[in-house]
Structure formats: structure tokens, C-alpha cells
Design a protein around this ligand. Structure first.
Ligand SMILES: [Zn+2]
Length: 214
């Protein structure tokens, strides 16, 4: 089975998307890019995460051709491949319908630096312009709005996070959703204080050497 390790990890983290509450039902999708083989492993379309086996994961090239797999790939494959085509610092992408990120995205708002943890994304999280799900326009808009960042909101839709590997992409999605929830709660009772650019630059630097993150 080609890209077996990638397939196994996609099955594992698909389940984590549900158990962590980051997405519901069959919402969201995830992929890993094998840069040596120039192939991506992506979750299948509309299949329950707990029913998905490694052989259900679809292997595609970045032009959208299926290389291996009998399932239909996630309808958002363009949203994944655009990052692998254009960014060498992203080899894994997670897209979720996380509640608090989507609340902000429904207001067409990003997430300002309300917590130092926003540095997991970068200086902030922007909200991409609206486009229909599964469209190449959605991929373009997300890519644009994620420049110099590792997370982005999709207007009226959800969240995207990218990193060099899937555990880190998952971690970024979790942290940004957490920050979005705190920001939402703070806004509902007052005016959140936002960290200044100097502080955020320091945090981004610190995060590069913090903990187990590679
Ligand atoms: Zn979606």
C-alpha cells in the first residue's frame, strides 16, 4: 500500500477531530503531503471518521488526479494542494468546522492577538473572503489570507491549519479554536485587550524553540 504511514496517521487524526470536538459528523478533512514522492494522502469524502480504514484514504497528485484509492477524495482537495504547491513549510493540512472559529468567520472577522497562543498561527488569524465549499476560488482565498500564517478562517464555514506534520497541524487547530472561544466569551462581557505587535513577535520566536514542536 503506497503512503501507508500517511494513511494510518490520517485515520488516527480523523478520529481525533471528532473526539476533541474540533468538528462534527463527517465535516472537515485532513491530508499529508509526501514531498519526496510528490503525492498527498487525503481523507475520503463523506465517510464517517470511525468507519475510515487506511485503504479508504485517497492518494492524489497535486493536479487533482487520483493515483490510488477507490473512494471519492474530500471535495476540498484543492484547499489542501494549494499549500503543498506553494509553501515549503506546510506538509500537512487540517480543515475543521470548529464552532468558535466559525462564529468569528460568520461575522467575517479574524482572530486578533487576544492570547499569546495566537502565535501558533502567527501575528493573528485572518478571515478569507467567501467562496463556495469545494471551489478552487475557496482554495485561492484561503491561501491568500494565510500568507505568513499557519491558520486561517473560511468565511461562513470554518478553520484551516497547516504545519510540517499532522500532529502540529492538529495542535494549531486546537489552540486557535481555544483562543477563538476565549475571545468570543471575553467579547460577550467586555472589550478584550489585544497584545501588541512587539509582544507577538517575541512569542512567535519563543514558539519556534518551545516544547516538542519540531
Ligand atoms: Zn468544510
Amino acid at each position: 500500500m503506497i503512503l501507508e504511514q500517511e494513511r494510518i496517521q490520517i485515520v488516527e487524526y480523523g478520529k481525533k477531530l471528532i473526539t476533541s470536538g474540533l468538528t462534527k459528523g463527517t465535516g472537515g478533512n485532513l491530508s499529508i503531503y509526501n514531498r519526496e514522492r510528490k503525492l498527498m494522502a487525503i481523507s475520503p469524502s463523506g465517510l464517517d471518521y470511525f468507519e475510515t480504514a487506511p485503504e479508504d484514504v485517497v492518494i492524489m497528485d497535486l493536479e487533482g488526479n487520483i493515483v490510488d484509492g477507490s473512494r471519492k477524495p474530500s471535495s476540498e482537495f484543492a484547499l489542501h494542494s494549494i499549500f503543498y504547491k506553494n509553501r515549503s513549510d506546510i506538509d500537512a493540512v487540517i480543515h475543521t468546522h470548529s464552532v468558535f472559529s466559525t462564529v468569528l468567520a460568520t461575522l467575517r472577522e479574524g482572530l486578533p492577538a487576544s492570547s499569546y497562543l495566537v502565535a501558533y498561527s502567527g501575528m493573528d488569524v485572518r478571515c478569507a473572503e467567501y467562496a463556495s465549499f469545494g471551489s478552487s476560488e475557496l482554495a485561492d482565498n484561503a491561501y491568500e489570507a494565510m500568507k505568513d500564517r499557519y491558520a486561517v478562517f473560511l468565511a461562513n464555514h470554518g478553520l484551516v491549519a497547516g504545519a510540517l506534520d499532522l500532529p502540529n497541524a492538529f495542535n494549531i487547530a486546537e489552540e486557535i479554536e481555544h483562543c477563538a472561544e476565549i475571545y468570543y466569551r471575553a467579547r460577550s462581557i467586555g472589550k478584550p485587550m489585544i497584545l501588541d505587535e512587539d509582544e507577538m513577535r517575541k512569542m512567535i520566536k519563543k514558539f519556534q524553540t518551545y516544547g516538542q514542536v519540531k
